[in-house]
Design a protein around this ligand. Sequence first.
Ligand SMILES: Nc1ncnc2c1ncn2[C@@H]1O[C@H](COP(=O)(O)OP(=O)(O)OP(=O)(O)O)[C@@H](O)[C@H]1O
Ligand SMILES: [Mg+2]
Length: 370
Amino acid sequence: MSAASRLRIEALSVAYGESAVVHGISLEARDGEFLTLLGPSGCGKSTILRTIAGLVEAASGAIYIGDRCVTNPAAGVRVPPEGRGLGMVFQSYAIWPHMTVRENVAYPLRVRHKPEREISAAVDDMLALVGLSDYAGRNATELSGGQQQRVAIARALVFSPKLLLLDEPLSNLDQKLRLEVGAELRKIQVRTNVAAIYVTHDQSEALALSDRIAVLREGKIEQIGTPEEIYERPATPFVSWFVGKANFVPCTVERIVDGASGRRVAVTAGQGRYAVSAAAAGEFAPGEPAMLMLRPEDFTVGDDEPGIPVSVREQQYVGERRQYTGDFAGTAVEFTTERAVTLAVGDAVALRVVGDRGIVFKSAAVAALK
Ligand SMILES: Nc1ncnc2c1ncn2[C@@H]1O[C@H](COP(=O)(O)OP(=O)(O)OP(=O)(O)O)[C@@H](O)[C@H]1O
Ligand SMILES: [Mg+2]
């Protein structure tokens, strides 16, 4: 199969009764792609996933799995969930407690009336893939949370679905296990080359696992991009604030620099002058007050060169680095340093910006975030 899209969603809207919760979203995922829907609680992530699965009806728009249209209310198309050939994994383990691990994983093949020999071989392969070969005969309830979720993943993949839907599959696991099972899930997904649509509200999970991330806000997509694009070139103040930590430092636009590398502006903040990327939306004018978005790790500390003057308000030692909060003319600025840099509360320092880090947003766009 070519790199044609495995899933295509066009202008999808979904409502529960009178209340519209998904507003005309469009996206695509290719075979083998790991695409994450990331956003705050209630933004519509599960609703989108359940609509793809056919468990929730769409109000308008269309969904294609491969070349096949499975949802299109205007054309009267609504393929039932069991006709969509999808693998699904949910937050609650949802494995059958009265069956053994082997029987749980075999179940999707049994309902498809596969021959016994084929079932046995496929289940053996799947159990080996998720590292549960030694647990085949165990009752499913006699497993840890991480093991149960691995059974759910094996069961979702055993019939070689072309599309795998996962709704917060790791959120019941503790932090360490979450990273472990997440990395394993990603390995399995790469090996089986299945397209995965993964729902989470955990930004570090999204950054670590995904090929691309769609950041959602109130039923709309704010930005779709690679983890690097989302974190380093957020399109909106919301994306910068939701994915990672964002400082918004008041600045003044000096001039517009239209380089070959795209839209850039020169700004001043405190005594510092910076040439930085301008947000995708909005025109900037010389003299305009704006907001410079900087991550805590975008600064270095020096008191000799012009920069953003802050007085240190708080300091925290977190092992691999130190975290500080400074005050810049009434604005709190969080910054991190190597642990060797020890500043005391009350110290006055100048923050310099690393390289060409930072993005300038319109003041009004940042104000709308609050
Ligand atoms: N069956 C339902 N009937 C009515 N409203 C619903 C139903 N399911 C969800 N909603 C509402 O639709 C909106 C989106 O819910 P959804 O479950 O898709 O959010 P989510 O992004 O998955 O959130 P979370 O991160 O908390 O799981 C919410 O306002 C929710 O209250
Ligand atoms: Mg949800």
